[in-house]
Design a protein around this ligand. Structure first.
Ligand SMILES: Nc1ncnc2c1ncn2[C@@H]1O[C@H](COP(=O)(O)OP(=O)(O)OP(=O)(O)O)[C@@H](O)[C@H]1O
Length: 230
């Protein structure tokens, strides 16, 4: 990237004074502002119930701000609907806390699903899916059904599925929960490597020891407010 591109590239995620409540419930997020440049890596932390998953759902456009503005890839998202909304969502990959793998499909089919849904022919991506599964260390579990995978294997399958369509932004909600510290470090390094290749990463975690291993921005949610460290 040359200097001109670096200075003009729009923020991947920008929130200005965003507030959010579920229905008529209490305000979960208040006056949240955030400006994440392309190719950045941020941890998102905060106590249980602070709103980390909610913030991720907002960025994924699964729920909409009750106040303030959310911009993605330099564009306002307030009026997105239909095909345009689908196009925006396809620019993001997500690893859910509970994996959300489909139990009746193999590991390979789960990871290939986002490409099938987008209308690609299997012959065009088969090698790529296998290569990605090998990259996340699941080369020998390609034909396995999710109920037979360990927690760590399910997490890696969910990570591979989030990456297969080469998203510009990846959101991962506790992707290293439920695995031992050594595997957590390996999974973290998958995200670091991905970030080196150009993808922006937001990784929600409670794990301070994990955050200490990577030099990255830290976003901290506390009482509905978002703090930046540094
Ligand atoms: N669909 C919903 N309807 C109403 N309230 C909700 C809903 N989802 C979450 N909440 C509430 O919003 C608040 C924030 O929840 P959220 O899951 O975003 O927190 P979190 O920081 O991700 O928590 P954890 O670390 O435990 O996963 C909590 O008080 C939760 O009870």
């Amino acid at each position: 990237m040359n200097w001109d591109e670096a200075t003009t590239a729009p923020s991947v995620v920008r929130l200005d004074g965003v507030g959010f409540r579920y229905g008529t419930g209490p305000e979960i997020l208040s006056e949240v502002s955030l400006d994440l440049p392309p190719r950045s890596f941020h941890f998102l932390s905060g106590p249980s119930g602070a709103g980390k998953t909610t913030l991720i759902r907002l960025i994924l456009l699964s729920v909409r701000p009750t106040s303030g503005e959310l911009r993605l890839f330099g564009e306002t998202t307030a009026d997105l609907a239909g095909d345009r909304l689908t196009q925006f969502r396809r620019r993001m990959g997500v690893v859910f806390q509970d994996f959300r793998l489909l139990d009746h499909l193999t590991t390979y089919q789960n990871v290939a699903l986002p490409l099938l849904v987008q209308g690609y022919e299997e012959a065009t991506f088969r090698g790529e899916v296998v290569e990605l599964l090998q990259w996340v260390g699941l080369g020998d579990r390609i034909g396995a059904m999710p109920p037979t995978l360990s927690g760590g294997e399910k997490q890696r399958a969910a990570i591979a599925r989030a990456l297969i369509a080469r998203p510009e932004l990846i959101l991962a909600d506790e992707p290293t929960g439920n695995v031992d510290p050594a595997l957590a470090r390996r999974l973290l390094h998958l995200f670091v490597e991905l970030n080196r290749l150009g993808t922006s990463v937001i990784l929600a975690t409670h794990d301070v020891a994990l955050m200490d291993q990577v030099e990255a921005g830290r976003l901290i949610l506390l009482d509905g407010r978002l703090y930046h460290d540094p």
